[in-house]
Design a protein around this ligand. Structure first.
Ligand SMILES: [Zn+2]
Length: 338
């Protein structure tokens, strides 16, 4: 997704939490900083987010999945039932895959493995690392954060006030994390085929399509300049729902699947996202081992396939918002309820 789409998704997740009306204090932390979502949710992709050598830039975050040919095959097979159960039918991606007949039994019996070209780019690792650190940083929050979280952390009194996490910083971390979660559900991020690369058409064209639907009001400069108060911004985010055919209808926000940590939850989200990619750019036509294959947007979604585009957009956007709310809420509950 591009900047304005990431910004809208993060803001829509705050609105979803507000509508659920269960995590009042988390909403109290995030809502006043809602416009800054346009900054934070984009930091992981900001190309100028680097100092010194190129090695210090914010790195790519992907999980490029391909058929696995090694000798641990059984470890990398996830049958359809297991995947649907692991991501839960409350996710639109699970419904999308349940309704699909294109991926046959043989596809689901094949081992696939996600990998990264360079160490440090592993998307589930990044989501896990960031959320683990966020729990620690929330525990050493300043007084305002402290008031939102029950219990005492005794060492915090020995920290210089400025060393304790400020609300603005905490909100920024939540927004940055939202980026990784949203990308995990973007099918091109998890598809190892060359055709899914950012420069190769489909990826970028799909993002442009979504960006046009989100519209310019979630563009960073417009959002930062807008006079609307936080409640109004959240409402503007809800108003975008119709553009993607979204209906959250008071959806409750579940915890992570039982037995999952954020790493495993994101692993399954990535695997599901790879399965979706294998449907939209049909893997029998655009083969996994064909580095020359390209799947231009018009070839995939043109003509009679307009419905596929609408279904995909609805699925990806709904889950991006829900997944972020799930992960944020999980982190918040870890520091405030257990
Ligand atoms: Zn990204």
């Amino acid at each position: 997704m591009d900047q304005r789409t990431h910004s809208w998704i993060a803001i829509r997740a705050i609105a979803l939490l507000e509508d659920e009306n269960k995590e009042e204090n988390l909403v109290k932390l995030l809502k006043p900083h809602v416009r800054k979502a346009s900054v934070g949710a984009w930091i992981p992709d900001a190309i100028d987010a680097k100092r010194g050598g190129a090695g210090s830039s914010t790195d790519n975050h992907i999980l490029k999945t391909e058929p696995y040919k090694g000798n641990q095959a059984s470890r990398f097979i996830i049958k359809k039932d297991e995947l649907l159960e692991s991501i839960g039918m409350y996710r639109k991606t699970a419904q999308f895959l349940r309704n699909d007949n294109y991926l046959d039994e043989q596809w689901w019996a094949t081992p696939y493995r996600g990998d990264v070209p360079k160490p440090g780019q592993h998307l589930p690792n990044r989501a896990m690392a960031m959320s683990t650190m966020m729990k620690d940083l929330l525990l050493m929050g300043n007084q305002e954060i402290d008031q939102l979280i029950p219990g005492d952390v005794r060492f915090a009194q020995y920290m210089a006030p400025k060393a304790r996490t400020q609300e603005e910083a905490a909100a920024m971390y939540f927004f940055m994390l939202s980026h990784f979660i949203a990308d995990a559900g973007m099918p091109c991020h998890c598809d190892g085929r060359k055709l899914a690369g950012y420069a190769e058409g489909l990826h970028k064209e799909l993002e442009t399509h979504w960006s046009q639907r989100v519209g310019t009001s979630f563009e960073k400069k417009n959002l930062l300049q807008a006079k609307a108060d936080s409640s109004r911004v959240l409402q503007q985010a809800r108003d975008i729902d119709t553009k993607f055919g979204l209906n959250f209808g008071g959806a409750s926000i579940p915890d992570l699947h039982r037995g999952h940590d954020i790493w495993l939850e994101v692993i399954y989200i990535c695997r599901a996202s790879f399965a979706v990619a294998s449907i939209i750019a049909p893997y029998k036509q655009y083969k996994y081992d064909d580095p020359k294959a390209r799947a231009p947007f018009n070839a995939i979604f043109g003509g009679a396939n307009k419905q596929l585009l609408d279904d995909l957009s609805q699925t990806v956007m709904y889950d991006a918002v829900l997944n972020i709310a799930i992960v944020w809420k999980h982190i918040w509950n870890k520091v405030s309820k257990e």
